[in-house]
Design a protein around this ligand. Sequence first.
Ligand code: SAH
Length: 382
Amino acid sequence: MSENITSCPYKKKCSGCQLSNLDYPSQLSYKQTRIIKLMGRFCHIDEIKGMDCPYHYRNKMQAAFFKKNGKLTSGIYQSVTGRITETDNCLIEDKLSNEISLHCRKLFESFKMKPYNEETKSGFVRHMLIRRGFATNEIMLVIVTAEGKFPSVRSFVNALINKFPDIKTIVRNINDTELFLSLGEKSEILYGDGYIEDILCGKKFRISPRSFYQINPVQTEFLYSKAMELADLKPSDVVIDAYCGTGTIGLIAAEKVKKVIGVELNQSAIDDAKKNAELNNIANEEFFCDDAGKFMVALAQKGEKADVVFTDPPRAGCSREFLQSLVKLSPDRIVYISCNPETLARDMQYLLHKGYRAEKIQPVDMFPHTRHVESVVCLTRK
Ligand code: SAH
């Protein structure tokens, strides 16, 4: 039987896929219409790039553990209700990661590890993060627990890696906070190097537990290739990669240009970005750990110039401070990659009023079955 989100058995209880009542073609036209409504007045909107197979596309899964009918089980945390929906097979999660998580249910039980109870603050296992590099097949497991001794850690690790040899690293993280599904300050590597590698657009990337890494590699390759095409990079260009994460976009651009400057707030992502530059023998990119807005202000004050700025902010979009300094830096081309059409529309409006123009926006369906839409647009100086 071919897979179909409209018949997902969990859709009534799980709020992860907000568009699960629509078949895939209808979801795409819904998203296209939304982008046209928000930004059709600015420029042409290209047809949204959908997926040939919009299932099991996520390279990252998060399973929360809890007790049901006296037994340990796992599922998807619902941010709206604060509850966990038990799921054995989610249609958008990676199949192998899902198998690992189901196996962990059994292992935790046999190693007598109890699920953590938020109310009584007792128990041990809180949740698990699994990432799989789709290109390399390397798997990282982050087991998030409460404080306390991890029982029979060697036997536990051996049991897992013997069954799933693609697991390259297992990290234990201790979350002693009230925050659900988050990582705590303390970590210990139980197996491997504490990170995995993946390949994107022909470049190698190191991913560690805290770093941001796009969750849909198939669509990300399309998105980043489109971003490069729109940027129309030249060997003499000085490029800024703002909100650079582990350096993906800038490192893909680096070999085509004179110099790249990457800026990002998260220190662990910057550490990965520096390693990623080394891994790919890229010597013409420098990375800075800073707030992108503050960094741009300092650059503008110093009278620095950039030819191209890639900006890939989180859902809140670019800060006003960032945009003001961006306009002062006055790059020829701004390639804006956005995961939130509302903030993209707001920021585009600002840039269009400040002497930039846009020809077209390319929407990309990075998150099939959810209401989220990614877009990329190039703004050029008039
Ligand atoms: N371009 C990267 C990451 C994009 S996600 C990629 O494609 O993989 C957005 C990134 O912005 C995250 O890595 C997040 O840590 C970072 N970020 C969030 N707020 C920021 C800020 N104020 N200044 C700089 N970076 C920020």
